[in-house]
Design a protein around this ligand. Structure first.
Ligand code: FE2
Length: 436
């Protein structure tokens, strides 16, 4: 099905929309792909009008951490029987020889569509470069260019099998950066020794310096309370003056550190403005696997990090891959999981959860002109629901998704009714139908 769309120069109005940070409803005027006016009422003859009917509008959702090269691979050549992280890595190693450019591009593009359908227009993907052919990297570099008009795709060169415990690891990482990866990755906790872990971090920063790239390291994704590479990430950030351009992903070991050490670590992370990406879907099922009871949650210290002023975003990490067999590309589901596993259900905390898939993700990706404001690109997601709490509770697909003023995804509202006796009533899962 294709929908006929008018030329971009035709004015467009999103009517009666609610902004998360402003009282009352607004109209948003869009021309030539830009937001040109936000006001209580806008009338333009012949404008195309989308009536939000009091629903919330948001800048695009952001997924700052996913592995698009691995999406939709679970089950072949063998499923992850135990569900553990280590078996996931083994199954992925079995899958890698079957990778082709077409296979990677087809799966990744399909997952991108799932993201877009959920209002996600900015995505940072880690791509496994522990591969002498760099097949997945090359496929995703070309996909990045193909989707550029609609979706911002950033690529992290990610050494899944380690830099120093994998043949030609350092050379492959550098080659990936040279070929055009946007961000340099690392995986220090996976190296065989602590010394190699430190060299892993150092090399990522060295390549970032030489090629002027940002850094995003898979860091301390373990329940081992002795895994302490995040302090080294902060230190390199300070020494290279890369404040604000460095991200540490997962950092689940922070959930196991003693409080005195965690306190010191959070202080230096705040000072160096290192961003953190939590991945609650994967980590709530992958961590704690060596525990009997009580079982750890395997989460980084989200609440304490945010309270210290550190940017904490949330990533989807996996969709139907050897590490996580579920998922649909819905970042609202990710945020909901974060609210649950990080104890963020307080009324003061739900907005932080929303930020983790919007503004915090945008900060991690260094997105410019992000937000619903006059003069910004018309990248707008329109929800049926009118509050953050309702969106997090109902986990819907948005009504409309606009990229640079172009409608690129839409979901008609679902209608559910319940009938008993002689009464049939629509069920909206809100309090609006209750009359006393
Ligand atoms: Fe990851």
């Amino acid at each position: 099905m294709t929908t006929e769309q008018p030329p971009l120069s035709t004015p467009m109005i999103i009517r009666s929309a609610r902004l998360a940070d402003r009282e009352g409803l607004v109209d948003v005027r869009i021309e030539n792909g830009l937001i040109t006016q936000i006001a209580e009422r806008i009338d333009i003859p012949n404008a195309r009008v989308y009536d939000a009917a009091g629903g919330m509008i948001s800048p695009p959702l952001v997924d700052p951490h996913i592995h698009l090269d691995a999406v939709l691979t679970e089950g072949f050549p063998e499923p992850n029987h135990s569900g553990t992280l280590i078996e996931g890595i083994q199954r992925w190693s079995q899958r890698k020889p079957y990778l082709t450019a077409q296979d990677v591009a087809a799966r990744a593009e399909e997952a991108l569509r799932w993201h877009v359908a959920h209002g996600v227009l900015a995505i940072r993907t880690h791509v496994d470069v522990s591969d002498p052919q760099l097949t997945a990297l090359k496929a995703l570099l070309s996909l990045r260019e193909r989707v550029k008009p609609w979706v911002t795709l950033q690529i992290v060169a990610f050494p899944q099998d380690g830099i120093y415990c994998y043949p030609q690891g350092p050379e492959l990482l550098e080659e990936a950066v040279r070929l055009g990866a946007d961000v340099v990755g690392g995986i220090p906790h996976y190296e065989w020794t602590r010394e190699d872990g430190l060299r892993d971090v150092a090399l990522a920063f060295e390549l970032a310096r030489r090629y002027n790239k940002a850094v995003d390291i898979h860091c301390d994704e373990t329940d081992d309370d002795h895994s302490r590479f995040l302090e080294s990430v902060a230190n390199h950030t300070r020494l290279q003056h890369l404040e604000g351009r460095v991200t540490a992903s997962h950092t689940t070991a922070m959930g196991s550190y003693n409080d005195a050490y965690a306190y010191k670590l959070i202080r230096i992370l705040a000072q160096t403005r290192v961003h953190i990406v939590a991945n609650p879907l994967d980590n709530i099922v992958l961590q704690g696997r060596f525990d009997t009871y009580p079982k750890r949650r395997g989460m980084t210290r989200v609440k304490e990090l945010i309270e210290a002023g550190i940017t904490v975003a949330a990533g989807h990490d996996s969709i139907i891959d050897p590490w996580y067999p579920l998922g649909t590309g819905n970042q609202v589901f990710v945020a909901s999981m974060l609210a649950h596993v990080a104890h963020l259900t307080g009324s003061a905390q739900l907005p932080w959860v929303w930020q983790s898939i919007t503004t915090a993700g945008a900060a991690v990706m260094g997105l410019e002109s992000y937000g619903i404001q006059e003069g910004a690109p018309a990248n707008i997601v329109v929800f049926h629901e009118s509050t953050i709490a309702d969106i997090l509770r109902l986990m819907p697909r948005p009504r409309w998704v606009f990229s640079h003023g172009v409608l690129i995804a839409q979901t008609p509202p679902a209608i559910t009714t319940v009938r008993w006796g002689n009464t049939e009533r629509e069920v909206t899962f809100t309090r609006e139908n209750i009359s006393l």
